[in-house]
Design a protein around this ligand. Structure first.
Ligand code: 2AM
Ligand code: CA
Length: 263
């Protein structure tokens, strides 16, 4: 674990978080990105500019991509250090709930996961991990609760996806489980799986900034991340992804494939 870099990142996240809290007391300027349901605020842009500015200042030879408008073409698996930023994951929550959003940062080195940060700003919960060091919540080691069967756990994702069965058999996951939980932030949903608050997170279209940090933390904790057919995920290709508790992962693949769970 590179302590100097880690200390810098914590400082930047804390500053960015304070800047996000301040305007929640006022009206936000909200722009539509691709539709009314896909929002971006001035704070998304300001936060991304702040974080990318710090990274470029201190690590000028590192590559970066951010959700809000950076050039993705330079990012590849063999580009050395790659930082991936989502300045606000859960922008709809930021605007409508003023809660349940996160600043998300991942670092890959030559395509391999290195570090991940998911900062739940309003709770002041910073989950982070470095390969070789473990996963921590505000400095304390994270010990995930284990779920050994989907029938003893909750599933998460996007409510619309389950309601309209946008992926074959996804509603069966709800039937087999104890129920669904939908929180509107991909990164916070992945954290719920990694800590054992839910057993599964299924999403149909995750971008590198949605899943990068979660992927790093999952790798460190030994949690699988795959496509619904069990194949591996290239984080640069948007597509369906399963994060699941290790003992539940094959059950999810089986249910999505056949609609049934055979013991
Ligand atoms: P965002 O708030 O950073 O846009 C909500 O279900 C989750 O999906 C959030 O993590 C949200 O991230 C993400 N999301 C929203 N629109 C998306 C899109 N068009 N592609 C991928 N992820 C999206
Ligand atoms: Ca975002």
């Amino acid at each position: 674990m590179e302590m100097h870099m880690h200390a810098q990142i914590l400082e930047w996240l804390t500053t960015a978080g304070e800047r996000l809290k301040a305007p929640l007391r006022q009206d936000l300027t909200v722009a539509e990105k691709t539709s009314a349901k896909d929002l971006v605020t001035e704070m998304d842009h300001q936060t991304e500019e702040y974080l990318l500015g710090k990274i470029h200042q201190y690590y000028p030879d590192h590559h970066t991509i951010g959700e809000e408008g950076s050039d993705r073409s330079k990012a590849s698996h063999d580009c050395g250090y790659l930082w991936i930023i989502d300045p606000i994951d859960g922008t709809m929550n930021f605007v409508k709930q003023k809660d349940h959003f996160a600043i998300v940062l991942a670092i890959y080195k030559d395509g391999q996961p290195l570090a991940g940060y998911i900062y739940n700003v309003m709770r002041d919960h910073c989950y982070y991990g470095w390969v070789g060091a473990g996963v921590f919540l505000n400095g304390e080691p994270v010990v995930p609760l284990e779920i050994s069967d989907i029938r003893q756990g909750l599933v998460s994702g996007n409510m619309d996806m389950y309601a309209h069965e946008k992926y074959p058999n996804c509603r069966k996951l709800l039937d087999y489980s104890l129920g669904g939980r939908y929180n509107g932030s991909g990164a916070l949903s992945i954290l719920d799986v990694l800590t054992g608050r839910t057993a599964v997170y299924l999403s149909l279209g995750l971008e590198p900034w949605d899943l990068g940090a979660g992927h790093v933390l999952a790798e460190i904790l030994g949690f699988p991340m795959t496509r619904p057919d069990g194949s591996s995920v290239d984080i640069f290709h948007k597509g369906p992804v399963i994060f699941a508790q290790p003992a539940v992962h094959q059950q999810v693949i089986e249910i999505l494939k056949s609609g049934e769970l055979n013991d």
